[in-house]
Design a protein around this ligand. Structure first.
Ligand code: NAD
Length: 507
């Protein structure tokens, strides 16, 4: 979290969105939103008061009464408008996103695009929210299901995808007929606010989407508020576990997508050039701050000879501000994040891993104050080392050598996280064995960052996920709706009564 700051004018203030109005918070607690390449304060974000949080939930509760009855096609049309607006404003949003988060402009557009795909999918709600029908389950009796919205839903999002992850949440919740209270990351709230403005322009009625800002207090308020029925969370495993426990104790549906330690297995038969490009791109892209970033490279057998090639490729990456042309690696989100990663690199050295490439001293001309770390590579890593057991969330590759595919699979399945993994091979049999035996949510075969497209759902195993339904896709329609099952019989005029039936069977 950012350090509390005294509110200074004329820095812009981030607004709350309550009941269709963008309002100034009455809080006394403001935090700086900082450009991580320059340390320029871009805006100040309020930590909403309890009264403001209550007002946002009350607006959502009231709006639900009418929004839940809005025809499916009308909801879908708003999503059609929203996707057009996001597309139209892509470049403007990407500039804001890059400035507050640090990622390159191309990657910022990717962040928005992956969220936009979810909005596009939300336009298909007419078929996604269909129920089922079975005729004549007993004589003259039919059974059918309907999927109804559940009420006010809450969403809590992390800093690393300030466009994609809010767009994983509110479009699908709203298009299913629910109303929503979003609490974006306090580190980069400007992007979600731009999306919220577009959502209002698209025609989302007052109270259907509300935004509050803050930290732990706001999150705890969402998890325990009596008028919120479901909570979606994306962020670290420690906070996600707290959210899951608190919201569950308060009787809510909860889905928590959490931390990761993603292993990429490289078999000796892999197409070398393509595989190494994929590995280096997925490890160091977005400065390693993707939940699906490759963080552990597992070289099998003779592939262990490729370490110098990996190092050589990593050295070609350009570290610079995200807004500069040709940048491959931007800054880390905050000074705290940078210091945390530097501490973990120090731990790796002290624990005896071999530092093949050291990015700690990188200097970026014109951006001397930026939170930069260059590509850093360790080999000779063992599963007991802190750099293996901890999610580093920085541009650090940890390399482990093993002799066989079985050893690689055992290693990955023993790691507490199960978010993403990948294998690079030319053997279909090896790939099939891997996909079958690995206990990880997302599996890539010669694909380094296998984030599913929105017709599928984002998944996760073990320490990377709590709750059984994932964000977006068909699973999230189940999450955001309640299934009602109706069994009906209509009597013909003049039909003969079968008398009183005291059994459970339908006749
Ligand atoms: P975080 O857990 O620190 O923050 C997530 C949200 O929780 C933010 O809105 C933040 O304000 C709030 N929060 C922070 N501390 C809190 C506390 N003590 N109590 C209650 N709420 C608190 O995560 P982050 O640093 O913003 O994001 C990075 C993490 O998110 C990484 O662990 C990454 O792997 C994970 N992530 C996971 C996925 C996924 O789909 N599995 C996707 C993106 C990010």
């Amino acid at each position: 979290m950012t350090t509390p700051a005294v509110k200074a004018q004329p820095v812009a203030t981030v607004k709350l969105l309550i009941d269709g109005a963008f309002v100034e918070s009455k809080t006394t607690e403001w935090h700086d939103v900082v450009n991580p390449a320059t340390q320029q304060v871009l805006a100040q974000v309020p930590f909403a008061t309890d009264a403001e949080i209550d007002a946002a939930v009350a607006a959502a509760k009231s709006a639900f009464k009418t929004w839940k009855n809005t025809p499916l096609a009308a909801r879908a049309r708003i999503m059609l408008k929203l996707q057009a607006l996001v597309r139209e404003h892509m470049s403007r949003i990407a500039h804001t996103l890059s400035a507050e988060q640090g990622k390159t402009l191309a990657d910022a557009e990717g962040d928005i695009f992956r969220g936009l795909e979810v909005v596009e999918h939300a336009c298909s709600i007419g078929s996604l929210q269909l129920g089922e029908f079975a005729e004549n389950v007993a004589g003259g009796v039919d059974t059918y299901t309907i999927r109804q919205p559940i009420g006010v839903c809450g969403g809590i999002t992390p800093f690393n995808f300030p466009a994609m992850i809010p767009l994983w949440m509110f479009p699908m919740a709203i298009v299913c007929g629910n109303t929503f209270v979003l609490k974006p990351s306090e580190q980069d709230p400007l992007t979600p606010m731009l999306l919220a403005e577009l959502a209002q322009q698209a025609g989302i009625p007052p109270g259907v989407l509300n935004i509050i800002h803050g930290g732990k207090r706001s999150v705890d308020a969402i998890c325990s508020h009596p008028d919120i029925v479901a909570v979606s969370f994306v962020g670290s495993t420690s906070v996600g576990t707290h959210v899951y426990n608190l919201a569950s104790q308060h009787g809510k549906r909860v889905q928590c997508m959490m931390g990761a330690k993603n292993h990429a297995v490289v078999m000796p038969d892999a197409r070398k050039e393509q595989s190494l490009n994929a590995l280096v791109g997925s490890t160091f892209g977005a400065a390693g701050q993707r939940c699906m970033a490759t963080s552990v490279t597992v070289l099998v057998g003779d592939a262990q000879k490729w370490i110098p090639d990996i190092v050589a490729k990593a050295k070609t990456l350009r570290v610079n501000a995200g807004q500069e042309k040709g940048t491959d690696i931007g800054p880390l989100i905050s000074k705290n994040a940078k210091n945390r990663v530097l501490g973990l690199v120090e731990d790796g050295i002290n624990e005896g891993a071999k530092l093949e490439l050291d990015g700690r001293a990188v200097k970026v001309s014109g951006y001397e104050k930026g939170n930069f770390i260059g590509p850093t590579i360790f080999s000779g890593v063992t599963p007991a080392m802190k750099i293996y057991t901890t999610e580093i969330f920085g541009p650090v590759m940890v390399i482990i050598g093993v002799n066989t595919l079985n050893e690689a699979i055992d290693l990955i399945n023993s790691n507490p996280f199960g978010n993403g993994t990948g294998i690079f091979t030319q053997s279909g049999a090896v790939a099939r064995k891997f996909q079958h035996e690995i206990d990880v949510g997302q599996v890539g075969i010669n694909v380094p960052i296998p984030v599913p497209v929105p017709f599928f759902s984002f998944t996760g195993s073990r320490g990377s996920k709590l709750g059984d339904l994932g964000p977006y896709g068909k699973q999230v329609v189940q999450f955001y709706t309640q299934t009602k099952t109706i069994t009906s019989r209509w009597f013909d005029d003049g039909g003969v009564s079968g008398g009183v039936n005291t059994t459970i069977s339908l006749k």
